[in-house]
Design a protein around this ligand. Structure first.
Ligand code: C5P
Length: 415
């Protein structure tokens, strides 16, 4: 973000109180930040606070006083031309509507209109959950998205109304991360664009008899989020999934499998062709040796199941991967397991491993959020805070993109 010029548009929602912190983060990352504050925005956050953290006077009035020497009388044009990106956070229902119809009566809307073409516009809608779901707001969001703006869906949680719903603005750290990624992409284009990415997701079911199986709590949400995020970056994505209850992300090819052996057979044809293989599936390590045909009867006090090892899909890919291909795995542990995750990186010849713990409340299986620690082949460890799985997927792909641009990629072991 160093040297990047960002306009932060702040409109009048309660989340505006978080924007001085966002400005601090952007400044710390080396960005030059100017603020376009709407009249309602100034009711929620003080102009002085924003001016102090940005080191610049805040732009509010469209029409500057006519009698002050040195005034830029056309700053409603020059500011938009100056910027590398426009970020609107929070974007209220009113601001979304005004931008969607092309109003131009304050500095924020003027910047939106005068921003040079192809510069990223990131919009973070934030409002009451019911307002967010309303047809009018959704229509305006669709209009802005069709113009090429990136709309970042608000988070679900406690709202100012005291209700719980979707409408919360993401935390400043997450917003700053999205801005960094958008600027990087606009400068270079995503290295994933046009490349083949294979993602395994969900649990496997290993048949015991005609009606029972061995499985785990995996919901597939992390893998599906990764497939969606890779697709957003222009990758050709194949998603190989065990039984889950999720909709296929748009533009993603989906292959449904039941057990580990089927997942292995479905993945193999991609080994030689894919650029990135991401194993997010919770594959059962063992399967019953000989599944019973019909339903097993309970006619003895004990029963023993003989289990045999399943193929390790990721280890198999890692062992055969060619120079330039990337293998990414997950290490889900119930306690302290980071040392185990580091070993897995070596043993399976991975480029990146995402370590996460499992508590069934905030991270790991089933839930919508995850806290990942990314460990890469250069021993770099990145601890990500708890965040929605969709965001965690983007952060993981940011790291994959970094590794794709790393010359050491061509030195990965070929076996
Ligand atoms: O060895 P462990 O099961 O802990 O490794 C987990 C990682 O390996 C995950 O990325 C998982 O998708 C992958 N894996 C696999 N095939 C298996 C077991 C795990 O691809 N049979």
């Amino acid at each position: 973000m160093k040297g990047k010029r960002i306009i932060l548009g702040v409109s009048g929602g309660i989340a505006a109180y978080k924007t001085p912190q966002l400005v601090r983060l952007l400044k710390k990352a080396g960005a030059d930040v100017r603020i376009a504050l709407t009249a309602s925005g100034s009711r929620f956050v003080s102009e002085l606070a924003l001016a102090t953290v940005s080191g610049e006077s805040v732009c509010r009035e469209m029409f500057p006083p006519a009698d002050q020497p040195g005034t830029d009388f056309t700053r409603h044009i020059s500011l938009g031309e100056w910027a590398d990106a426009l970020v609107i956070a929070p974007a209220t229902a009113n601001t979304l509507a005004r931008l969607a119809v092309g109003m131009c009566d304050d500095m924020l809307s003027a910047c939106f209109i005068t921003l040079r073409p192809h510069k990223p516009v990131l919009i973070f809608p934030a409002m009451d959950g019911q307002m967010y779901r309303s047809p009018a707001v959704q229509r305006n969001i669709a209009t802005l998205a069709a113009q090429g703006c990136t709309i970042i869906e608000p988070e679900t949680g406690d709202l100012a109304s005291g209700q719980c719903g979707t409408g919360r603005m993401p935390e400043p750290e997450i917003i700053a991360g999205r801005i960094g990624a958008a600027l990087q992409k606009s400068a270079t284009g995503s290295p994933l664009s046009g490349r083949t990415v294979v993602v395994t997701a969900g649990p496997t079911r290993e048949k015991i008899d005609g009606v029972r199986f061995i499985s785990n709590y995996s919901s597939g949400k992390m893998g599906f989020a990764l497939a969606e995020a890779a697709r957003e970056r222009g990758a050709e994505v194949t998603l190989i999934t065990g039984p889950v209850n999720l909709e296929t992300p748009g533009g993603v090819e989906r292959l449904d499998v039941e057990n580990a052996c089927e997942m292995y057979e479905a993945a193999k044809p991609f080994y030689s062709t894919c650029a990135v293989f991401i194993a997010a599936a919770a594959v059962a390590d063992y399967r019953p040796e000989t599944p019973h045909e019909g339903k097993l009867k309970k006619n003895s006090p004990e029963m023993q199941l003989k289990l045999v090892r399943n193929p390790d899909i990721l280890a198999d890919f890692g062992a055969r991967k060619r120079p330039g291909q990337l293998a990414v795995g997950f290490a889900l542990e119930t306690g302290e397991g980071i040392a185990y995750a580091r070993c897995k990186l070596q043993e399976k010849n991975l480029d990146l491993v995402a370590f996460n713990t499992f508590d069934r409340k905030t991270s790991g299986f089933e839930v919508d959020t995850n806290a990942l620690t990314l460990i890469d082949r250069n021993h770099m460890e990145t601890v990500l805070p708890l965040m929605p799985k969709k965001e965690a997927a983007r952060r993981l792909l940011d790291h994959v993109e970094l590794l794709m641009g790393d010359p050491a990629a061509n030195m990965t072991t070929e076996k």
